[in-house]
Ligand binder design. Sequence first.
Ligand code: DX5
Ligand code: ZN
Length: 220
Amino acid sequence: MFTLAPSLLASDFSNLENEIKRVYMDGKGCNYLHLDVMDGVFVKNISFGLPVISSIRKVCDIIFDVHLMITKPIRYIHDFIEAGADMISFHYEACDNIEEVLKTIDLIKNNNIKCSVAIKPDTPVDVLLPFIDKLDMVLIMSVEPGFGGQKFIDKCMNKIKELNKIKSENNYDFIIEVDGGINFDNAKEIKDSGADIIVVGTGVFKSENVKETIERYMNV
Ligand code: DX5
Ligand code: ZN
């Protein structure tokens, strides 16, 4: 499986319903929509949150892939599920300790939605090992979280390969999502390194022809 999840962060916020339609294309386009939630504390930027997600939930059936860039995400898991998240990625670095990571994983899984842990570019893949067997997905950040439109950090390519190796050696069935700085120059290598889902914001929403761009990414 190879999937493109456009990041709504790069869309025109004055017309979200239409922006989602542009990528969903009545089911013929993307099945996933990546939603970047930023709190201004875990990351510098503030994006959008619960009321926006519950509003767009009413106008589309696309899978909501919620990426929480918020401190102590455990506090808000229930709210994001209620708002319509189908899967939640939270940051390993945003939790106080490993017990909190484990509790957050359990909370998400007990609500029967997909659970993913995200790691920043400087966080080694090894930190995931104590709980990796519980995860549905791992999100490898390939830029520092906080802003769209940044350059892919090259050392992250090896982290994808390393994670993919751990996955195949142990027969784990989590999927690998890669997020940040992805374009047509690096998408193929990211896919070949083991990514199942790529997140693309700027490259999709700011492109001249969204339909063509989506097709091209899906077939890299
Ligand atoms: C960054 C976000 C990314 C970002 C990707 O903090 O997590 O999802 O929107 O955007 P581009 O494709 O512009 O790097
Ligand atoms: Zn993201």
